[in-house]
Design a binder for this molecule. Sequence first.
Ligand code: HEM
Length: 228
Amino acid sequence: MAFKKGLFKTSVGRKNLMAATGLFIVFFLVIHLVGNLILILPDSFFPIEFWGNVANQHDMYNAYSHFLVHFWPITVVAWVLYAAILTHVIDALLITLHNNKTKGEKYQVVDNSSSSWISRNMGLLGTVIGVFIIMHMAQFWLQYKVLKVEHDLYNLVVETFKIWWMVVLYEIGIIAFGLHIIHGIESAHRSLGLYPEKAMNVIKVIALWFSLVMAVLYAIIPIILHFK
Ligand code: HEM
């Protein structure tokens, strides 16, 4: 009980929780990206003899989505993900409130980061991502997984990106997400104290390149689908 209370009540507990939930969300987003890259793979990648009944990108994407909904361990991971997102948001609000009250201590343990604009605007970037996720989940997750009014997820996604301003909104969300994780990954490793301070320069470079690759791969999906 004391441990549970400490997680939310002490600033170290809150930072650790923020770090752990953030890293878990990033882990989900790597898997999510791999699944969604199916949308831009050429049909020649899905030879029917090799993939069973799957003959093209359309079938493969829908088979993947069907698997996500009907394989129970994935459902469990999805609930952990929703809890992690909510915890991350609540924790961010608590930390911001606390910082506003004390006007001194900031979330970052040591901010000697070269990405100081990003670190100062993590709240703003997080808010843009929050709005993006609400829009994104209302479009796909709600229609397909919850209300079950749309059965062909491939068509739903492809039709969404035929609308140019949807592509623009996605690009804004993805840029905010890319910038947020450059600093988030570095900061999470610092908070959890996983490595000695000397190793943090390496972590910083890895976080930068990882975030760049993730953001670019996510960003090209709506653009390619729009012009296809
Ligand atoms: C252009 C890129 C993207 C596409 C095409 C896409 C597509 C989808 C689709 C079709 C779903 C509903 C089916 C499912 O649960 O997997 C979904 C769910 C979701 N997406 Fe995305 N997504 C993209 C980018 C993102 C980004 C950048 C984020 C976060 C910053 C994100 C966060 C989520 C979350 C949290 C869910 C709910 C997951 C679940 O219920 O398992 N997505 N996405």
